[in-house]
Design a protein around this ligand. Structure first.
Ligand SMILES: Nc1ncnc2c1ncn2[C@@H]1O[C@H](COP(=O)(O)OP(=O)(O)OP(=O)(O)O)[C@@H](O)[C@H]1O
Length: 263
């Protein structure tokens, strides 16, 4: 499979996060590069995995620009310090404007995206079909199921057009059929644009590995306070990226075992 890793899209350098004397994150470093495959529009899907309480949500907030690190930097596209609003953020509880219909919220999102000017309705119709939410567009969020809220919330962030989409635990609380659909949807989103980068923060190792091209493992190093990125797993190199039936591969099971052992 031919591919190259090109320019840096996101760079986390020497990030520390402390609360008072307590170190939560320590010297976190990782880089996401543009993956290029000839003849394809190939986005990036990156997972940050770690056990409960390790600091995933804290790192998520830093990446989203919702909080500043105590030291270090997070930059996108080479040199821009990340700020709130730079990234589309899909929270675990799928925040939606409760007093607006889904269609109104999606239209508002489209208006933040200059690339969609004049084509807002078509864009909503296209993604609503892909996400199977056409019949709920004129409902209010409180009238939707959890799965429908999730899809509407992903669509809302997608239509804003940010190159980065951050997901906090996108697979939690979904039954197996819905889970497959969500995985498919995220893959569709990731290939919708060459530079589109999905960052998934999760403790669901299996689903994250099945969908990602790269996994970063957040954990503690022996005798050190705070969590850091202990390991990067390049799933493309292992032949585990971009394959529908990846779960059947032996290398997939081996990778899961390796991750579980290092968490
Ligand atoms: N405002 C705060 N002040 C002090 N400590 C905090 C604060 N917010 C979070 N923490 C601590 O930071 C650590 C990491 O929390 P975080 O929520 O990021 O974990 P997590 O990996 O997302 O866990 P989970 O998977 O269970 O959601 C925890 O020990 C938590 O107690």
């Amino acid at each position: 499979m031919t591919y190259t890793k090109e320019e840096v899209l996101l760079e986390v350098e020497h990030v520390d996060l402390n609360y008072g004397e307590r170190s939560i994150l320590r010297d976190v470093n990782f880089t996401i590069r543009n993956i290029v495959r000839p003849g394809m529009s190939q986005g990036q899907v990156v997972s940050l995995l770690g056990r409960s309480g390790i600091g995933k949500t804290q790192l998520f907030r830093l990446l989203a620009g919702l909080q500043q690190p105590s030291s270090g930097s997070i930059t996108i596209f080479g040199n821009k310090e990340v700020e709130a609003g730079d990234m589309g953020v899909v929270f675990q509880h799928y925040y939606l404007f409760e007093w607006k219909t889904i269609y109104q919220s999606l239209m508002m999102a489209c208006r933040q995206n200059p690339a969609l000017k004049g084509n807002e309705k078509d864009a909503i119709a296209k993604w609503a079909t892909a996400f199977e939410v056409t019949d709920i567009l004129h409902k209010y969020p409180q009238q939707l199921s959890g799965g429908q809220r999730q899809r509407a919330s992903i669509m809302q962030q997608l239509l804003k057009g940010s190159a980065f989409l951050l997901f906090d635990e996108p697979f939690s609380g979904l039954d197996i059929c819905v889970l497959d659909k969500v995985v498919d949807m995220l893959l569709q989103v990731s290939v919708s644009d060459e530079l589109k980068t999905l960052v998934i923060v999760s403790h669901d190792i299996e689903t994250s590995v099945a969908i990602s091209d790269t996994v970063f493992i957040l954990g503690k190093e022996e005798g050190q306070p705070g969590a850091t990125v202990k390991q990067e797993i390049d799933l493309v190199e292992r032949g585990l990226a971009w394959q529908k039936d990846v779960r059947r591969e032996k290398a997939f099971a081996d990778t899961l075992d390796e991750i579980k052992a290092s968490l």
